[in-house]
Write a protein that binds this ligand. Structure first.
Ligand SMILES: CC(C)(COP(=O)(O)OP(=O)(O)OC[C@H]1O[C@@H](n2cnc3c(N)ncnc32)[C@H](O)[C@@H]1OP(=O)(O)O)[C@@H](O)C(=O)NCCC(=O)NCCSC(=O)CC(=O)CCCCCCCCCCCCC(=O)O
Ligand SMILES: NC(=O)C1=CN([C@@H]2O[C@H](COP(=O)(O)OP(=O)(O)OC[C@H]3O[C@@H](n4cnc5c(N)ncnc54)[C@H](O)[C@@H]3O)[C@@H](O)[C@H]2O)C=CC1
Length: 727
């Protein structure tokens, strides 16, 4: 039953029942229409309470229906209008969540009572659309333009206490919201209802609405880089102030249809479901997310409190997991301790602003700092985050192996070293796993969970579950150099470097990719990460520095094309932000504002002259094709090698770890949207002209999928099923 009805005295309680989140699917909408019609004409009913089953009001429209063949036949706004115009008072009893269409439904009720732990909001913008069941017209009428705009454009979840302060709900209760709503319904029977019908009210404001919204629009254009939904939300809110309610609703619908035609909602909804699907991991042996039980992690330790370790400690502590934080000497320990304390203070401040405090005790109190490995021996799980050096990591794991209790999990935060080699020095390779956090680790949502050859299913389940506890999106990947995300970055950065050789400047390449929607172009990103990191690794591999065999041409390594520009910058001490100079110049070492550097232009001109390279005209389209198709081609290779279980996994990694614009779905989704044949043609053309760039040789899987007509991304797994799986 999509909705049920009971009677409490003269109050009819209509309960939405559609597990797991009471989404307003077509059957639910039909059931609501039926129940409403019946209670309206039932003389024994004087008031109505609308609520959701299983402690959840509703997470909104059923997103799956948007793209299904059976399009919605019932308009949610028509139901809302029907509720609002009812002469019997309707009270929404909000528990758990009231999101999107769920909150819009509640806004059409005459009163709202919320349980104190409820969150509510209009998060449609996060799935590429706008609240299109009257939300953009009713909310500003209730709480004014600035507060409504903030909620609608950011799509944020508003806690019940804040919702009460804003006037979204009439009462917040610590116990059953349904019982409180029934009580309220009985109290308001017979009271005048006109002012409670939001659509009949005018938006109240004492600001210059147009100027305010114009400023918001300009800010949103800069902030959301090509995403259309935030802009449409602003225009819909503008309509609430300028137009009568019905015309505002027409504008809302029109904006919804225009958004749909951009293709961005489909990409963002794909991203939404992909994020949920990656948690449902499966191994070739049949073990899966739902048949392997994770072990409970009650205590953890982190080794190394540098850039990553301090963020990981914060993340664990924020989730109320007591942590022991270990460093190699007093100086590093003090500096790590200071950093962790300051991060935790910031987290506490954030929570305070949201009206919360750490759920159980204070996260700060749960961190113990030490120099002594013995202190770690009883924790359930340890995460190593020392320098990226195999010998050092092996030393640490040897030590852990002898100290830790036998069932403790040993995790490494390496960004690309061989998990099997690290595991090989331990007495428990089945409990060793990669947990690759992203910087800053207390903020970035991505966690690559890297399975080694001997890693057990329980260890995988535990690492995946830890990711969830920390509020991360955990993606299971196989063990290969650099895993998934960083591996794909290689060919992308390689092409960015080649573009500089051929006549482009760092700011031109960055601009093209930032206009595409990336949070940061490749050169700003390299400056931020530190150019010396890659340089050291190239020196270790004998590609740069004194290890290069004498007589090797400057622009060639092992018979293939090589770009030495980044090495040359490092030799001059230009490491990026940390040294104040890199591909850009900064106001000071550690400065954050990148300015194009005339020195770099001069340096590139001299370089091209030395190697007699003719400068080409700038084509932003070419920048995109070269960099993005290189990245995508490597993504196909990752799939081909069985390192990720599907294209969705890669897309979730890029959306959450690498600043890929979510409104474009992810690199693999983008490839399918552009057309696999098109991607293949460009790669083939490039590779034919540049056979010395092996990374651009079209992958076998791309060719195979293009040959069968470039099927939609959800059908790629049929082809993948025939390939090896290294998970
Ligand atoms: C609710 C959450 C906060 C829960 O989080 P959590 O507990 O962590 O659980 P999850 O794993 O996230 O979710 C559990 C499970 O539920 C599924 N799910 C969640 N929400 C929805 C949903 N709204 N619809 C369907 N399914 C949902 C989720 O996928 C999981 O299932 P699994 O994948 O099988 O594991 C969290 O889930 C959350 O934040 N949810 C999303 C909330 C949200 O975004 N709500 C807004 C929905 S959109 C909406 O309400 C729109 C409106 O305002 C009404 C507009 C009317 C539009 C008219 C429709 C016309 C369509 C046709 C277009 C064509 C146009 C043209 O052609 O012109
Ligand atoms: N910096 C980044 O953006 C990312 C780094 N990583 C990986 O995380 C790991 C750590 O990297 P960063 O935090 O950037 O390095 P970092 O150089 O900032 O910090 C490393 C810390 O480890 C400590 N350390 C070294 N030897 C130790 C020992 N024997 N015992 C205890 N502590 C010791 C050092 O004192 C230092 O504080 C590396 O494996 C790196 O590849 C992974 C993802 C992103």
């Amino acid at each position: 039953m999509a909705a049920t009805r009971t009677l409490s005295h003269t109050v009819a309680v209509i309960k939405i029942n559609n597990p797991p989140v009471n989404a307003l699917s077509t059957p639910v909408c039909q059931a609501l229409i039926k129940e409403l019609a019946e209670v309206k004409k039932d003389p024994s009913v004087e008031a109505i309470v609308l609520c959701g089953a299983n402690g959840k009001f509703s997470a909104g429209a059923d997103i799956r229906e948007f793209s299904s063949a059976a399009r919605r036949t019932v308009s949610l706004e028509d139901i809302n209008a029907e509720i609002e115009s009812t002469t019997k008072p309707v009270v929404a009893a909000i528990e758990g969540v009231a999101l999107g269409g769920g909150l819009e439904l509640a806004l059409s009720c005459h009163y709202r009572v919320a349980h104190i732990k409820t969150v509510m909001g209009l998060p449609e913008v996060l799935i590429g659309i706008l609240p299109a069941a009257g939300g953009t017209q009713r909310l500003p009428r209730l709480i004014g333009i600035p507060a409504a705009l903030d909620i609608i454009v950011r799509g944020r979840h508003v806690p019940a206490t804040e919702a009460f302060q804003l006037g979204i709900v009439d009462e917040v209760v610590p116990s059953s919201a349904i019982a409180a709503a029934v009580q309220m319904a009985r109290k308001v029977i017979g009271k005048p209802m006109d002012s409670r019908r939001l659509s009949t009210n005018a938006v109240q404001y004492n600001i210059n609405v147009d100027a305010f919204l114009d400023t918001a629009l300009e800010k949103a254009k800069r902030q959301f880089r090509g995403a259309q939904a935030p802009l449409a939300c602003i225009e819909a809110v503008r309509a609430s102030a300028q137009l009568p309610y019905q015309r505002g609703i027409e504008k809302e619908r029109q904006l919804f249809a225009s958004l749909w035609a951009t293709g961005q909602p489909q990409a963002q909804q794909y991203a939404f479901f992909s994020e949920r699907n990656v948690g449902k991991w499966t191994l070739p042996s049949g073990e899966r997310w739902d048949n392997v039980r994770p072990c409970q992690i009650r205590t953890a330790a982190v080794i190394g409190l540098g850039t990553m370790g301090r963020g990981i400690v914060t993340s664990l502590s924020k989730s109320n997991i007591p942590v022991i934080a270990l460093e190699q000497d007093t100086k590093q320990l003090d500096s790590g301790k200071k950093a962790v304390n300051s991060l935790l203070e910031r987290e506490a401040e954030k929570l305070k602003k949201q009206g919360n405090s750490f759920a159980e005790g204070n996260g700060l109190g749960s961190v113990h700092f030490t120099l002594n490995f013995e202190d770690l021996k009883n924790v359930d799980l340890v995460i190593e985050a020392v320098y990226e050096n195999m010998n050092l990591k092996k030393d640490i794991f040897r030590k852990l192996s002898s100290i830790m209790k036998p069932d403790a999990f040993l995790c490494t935060n390496t960004s690309g070293l061989n998990i099997d080699e690290i595991a090989s020095v331990t007495n428990r390779p089945q409990l060793v796993i990669g947990t690759h956090f992203f910087s800053p680790a207390n903020i970035m949502r991505l966690l690559e969970v890297v399975r080694g050859r001997h890693t057990s299913p329980t260890t995988i389940a535990t690492a995946m579950s830890l990711g969830k506890m920390l509020g991360k999106v955990a993606v299971l990947v196989g063990n290969c150099p650099l895993f998934v995300g960083n591996r794909m970055l290689g060919p992308y950065l390689e092409q960015a470097n080649y573009l500089l050789e051929e006549g482009y400047y760092p700011e031109e390449v960055d601009q093209a990719l930032e206009e595409f929607g990336f949070a940061m172009g490749p050169f700003r990103m390299m400056d931020l990460a530190g150019l010396d990191v890659g340089w050291r690794s190239r020196m270790e591999k004998g590609l740069a520095g004194s290890g290069v065999p004498p007589g090797t041409p400057a622009r060639q390594r092992e018979g293939n094309r090589y770009c030495p520009l980044a090495d040359m910058l490092c030799e001059l001490g230009r490491f990026g932000q940390k040294s104040g100079k890199g591909w850009y110049q900064y106001e000071k070492p550690g400065g954050r504002h990148a300015h194009p550097d005339p020195w770099v232009r001069d340096f590139l001109a001299k370089y091209r002259k030395t190697y007699n390279i003719k400068q080409q005209a700038v084509h932003p389209e070419q920048i995109l094709q070269r960099c993005l198709y290189a990245l995508i081609n490597e993504g196909f290779r990752v799939l081909e090698d069985g390192i990720a279980s599907g294209p969705e996994d890669i897309d979730v990694i890029y959306n959450n770890g690498y600043g890929w614009p979510k409104h474009r779905g992810g690199p693999m989704y983008y490839a399918s949207a552009v057309g696999l044949h098109e991607v293949l043609m460009v790669l083939e053309g490039y590779h034919k002209a540049n056979p010395d760039v092996p990374s651009m040789k079209p992958s076998f899987l791309l060719k195979k999928l293009a040959a069968v007509g470039g099927p939609p991304i959800k059908e790629w797994r049929t082809q993948l099923g025939k390939l090896p799986n290294k998970l």
